[in-house]
Design a protein around this ligand. Sequence first.
Ligand SMILES: Cc1cc2nc3c(=O)[nH]c(=O)nc-3n(C[C@H](O)[C@H](O)[C@H](O)COP(=O)(O)OP(=O)(O)OC[C@H]3O[C@@H](n4cnc5c(N)ncnc54)[C@H](O)[C@@H]3O)c2cc1C
Length: 463
Amino acid sequence: MAIVGAGPAGIYAAEALSQQSDVAVEVAVIDRLPVPFGLVRYGVAPDHFSIRSIRNTLERTLEKPSVRFYGDVAIGSDLSIAELRESVDAVIYAYGAGTDRRLEIPGEQLPGSIAAAELVAWYCGHPDVHPDTDQPSLEDHLVAAAIDELISTSRHAVVVGVGNVALDVARVLIKTVDDLDDTDMADEVLTSLSRKNITDIHVLGRRGPAYTTFTTKELRELGQLADVDVIIDPADLELDPSSQAVVQQNKVAARNLVVLQEWAARPLSGASRHISFHFWSRPTKIIGNDRVTAVEVERTMINSDGFVVGAGRRPTLAADLVVRSVGYRGLPLPGIPFDERTGRVPHAEGRVIRDGSFSPDEYVTGWIKRGPTGVIGTNKSDAVETVTSLLADVHDGAVQAHGRSGKLDRLLAQRGIKALDMPAWHRIDAAEIELGVSHGRLRTTLAHRRELLAAAEDDHRPM
Ligand SMILES: Cc1cc2nc3c(=O)[nH]c(=O)nc-3n(C[C@H](O)[C@H](O)[C@H](O)COP(=O)(O)OP(=O)(O)OC[C@H]3O[C@@H](n4cnc5c(N)ncnc54)[C@H](O)[C@@H]3O)c2cc1C
C-alpha cells in the first residue's frame, strides 16, 4: 500500500493498516517534504508544545517494521499517480488541504494582505516559504523576505476570521520575541519577529460571538498574555434569537461567550498592546495604493433565511497588515479525481469515486477527504473508516495483491530519486536539537530544504 502524505491522516492510516493482522501489508508513506508530520510540524503553533509533541506518537508508527517513510518524493511530479498505482496494490490519498480560502473583496491582492496559511508556514519554517537562495521564487507563495518586510514595518494588523488559526496568528503577532524564544522557531523567523512592532490587532468575525469556532482553552490564552489588553464592545455580545439558540445547544459556544463577557466587563489595564474583537463585522474593501493602509468594515446581521447580510458601515480600521484566516482548501493533484466545488476528492466511506464509480485501488483520508475541519484526533477515526473500507475490499477481492513488493523502490531508483527514510529524519531531528541547544534552546527548526537535506546526510555534522 502507498499513502500519499505523511501528515496525521496518512500516518493514522498507516497505523490502522499496521495494527491489523488479517492482511499482510507493507506500507509506504510518501511525502513531498523531506520531513514527516504535515501540519503538526508546519501548522500547529510553535508555542503549543504539548500539541506539537503528538509527533512523537506519529513517529512511532513510522518506525514500525511494516511501515516505511519516503520523504522528499512529490507525487504528481516526481512520480505520476498512474506510476504510483502501478507500483503498489492500493493507494490512500492523504495530501491535505494545500491552500487558503480568499475573501474575494477589492484590495485583497495588495502588499500587506496575506493568507494565514502563508504566515503560519513562515513562522513554522516551511521550506515552501523559505526557499533556497538558488531556488526561483515560488509563484503562488509569498516568500520569507516579503513576510519579514511586512512584519517589521507593521503596527496595526487586522485578522479576519474567528477560528483557532486566527487566534494562533493573533497570539504569535502580539507576543514579544522573548515570549517566543523557548519555541523551536527558525533563527531567521525569531530575528524577524524581534524587529516586530505590532501594537494593535483587530480580529473580525462576520457573525456574532455565539458563532466562533475557537476552542475555549485557546481563547482564554489571549486574556493571559502579559502587557496585552483584550478589548470588546459589550454591545457586540448581545445575543439575537439565532445566537441564543446556538448558545443553548453548543457548550463550547456557551463557554466562549462567558470568556468574552468576562473580558468585556474587565477594566483595561493600560497595557501597551491590544487585541480587539469585532463581531458582526466583515471587511468589504482593503484600502491602500502600494501597500495596505486600512480596512473598510461593514456591520452584519443574520437575515430571516439565515444568511449574513450587510447592515451599515462600521468605522474603517487602520492596518498595515491584513491576515485572512477564513479556512483552508484542498487542491487538485494531477491524475486524482477532484471536486472543484467542495475542494475534496470525491469518495464514499473513503473509497475514491472516479468517473462515477468506485476506483478499485484508490482511497482517501484526512483533510482532502472531509475538508479542513476537526482536530488532529479527528483524522484518526477518519483514517480508520478509510482503512476499514480498504480491508473489506481486500476480503471481497476488489483489491488484489499483485506481488509488487519492491516495485516502488525499483521505480524510484530508476528515476534517480533518493527518498529520505526514518534514519534520515532522525539525523535531521538530531541536527535541529543540536542547533537549538547551541543557542540555549531545546530545538531550532531548519527552514530551508537544502539545510534539511544536508542534515539528512549520513556524515552530517551541525554547522
Ligand atoms: C495553522 C493550523 C494550526 C492547527 N493547529 C491545530 C491544533 O493546535 N490542534 C489540533 O488538533 N489541530 C490543529 N490543526 C488541524 C490539524 O493540523 C489537521 O487536522 C491535520 O493536520 C490534517 O491532517 P492531514 O494529514 O489531512 O493534512 P496535513 O497535515 O496537511 O498533511 C498532508 C501532507 O501531505 C503532503 N503532501 C501534499 N502534497 C503532496 C504530494 N503531491 N506528494 C506527497 N505528499 C504531499 C504534505 O507535505 C503534508 O505533509 C491545525 C491546522 C492548521 C492549518
